[in-house]
Design a protein around this ligand. Structure first.
Ligand code: 4NP
Length: 162
């Protein structure tokens, strides 16, 4: 058996967007019987929410789509660039912060992508931070994540990896 593909989703706080990315992908993997082929995690560029469960508004929005939210927040670390194959940044600011984290990793192997590069049905270039906005922001996060995660899995199946 080939080794699993390791995916890390990263946002600012690791309580809204990135845990949703991880759990949207986990949901798709379960549906497609691919759970064993992947290792998933998420992290934040900031440490403010370390140890916390995902945001209750985000959890409710995900649950309404049949997606369970699991995980506890942690801060991204340099070794993540050695331990994962792909690191998905939710927005440009996360991407820029991650470049600095990567610089502190001795043997970075992970490919860093701006998540929306994966999307096929949306024009947005970033997954917008929903934290200070209303319910529509949480729905937008889930729409973008479903699009990009679905597209990534199709490409993975076809060995047409970004
Ligand atoms: P996330 O959202 O980066 O998608 O987890 C945020 C969560 C918390 C804060 C900002 C964004 N905050 O300022 O505490």
């Amino acid at each position: 058996m080939t080794s699993p593909t390791r995916l890390l989703f990263v946002c600012l706080g690791n309580i809204c967007r990135s845990p949703s990315g991880e759990n949207v992908m986990r949901h798709l993997l379960k549906e497609e019987n691919l759970t064993e082929q992947f290792v998933l995690d998420s992290a934040g560029t900031a440490s403010w929410h370390t140890g916390k469960s995902p945001d209750s508004r985000m959890t409710a929005a995900a649950r309404a789509r049949g997606i369970e939210m699991t995980g506890r927040a942690r801060q991204v670390k340099p070794e993540d660039f050695a331990e994962f194959d792909y690191i998905f940044a939710m927005d440009r600011s996360n991407y820029e912060d991650l470049l600095e984290v990567k610089d502190r990793c001795d043997h970075p192997g992970a490919q860093l992508l701006l998540f929306c590069e994966l999307c096929e049905e949306h024009e947005e270039e970033e997954v917008p931070d929903p934290y200070y906005g209303g319910p529509a922001g949480f729905e937008k996060v889930l729409d973008l994540l479903a699009d990009g995660c679905g597209a990534f899995l199709r490409r993975w199946r076809e060995k047409d990896m970004p």
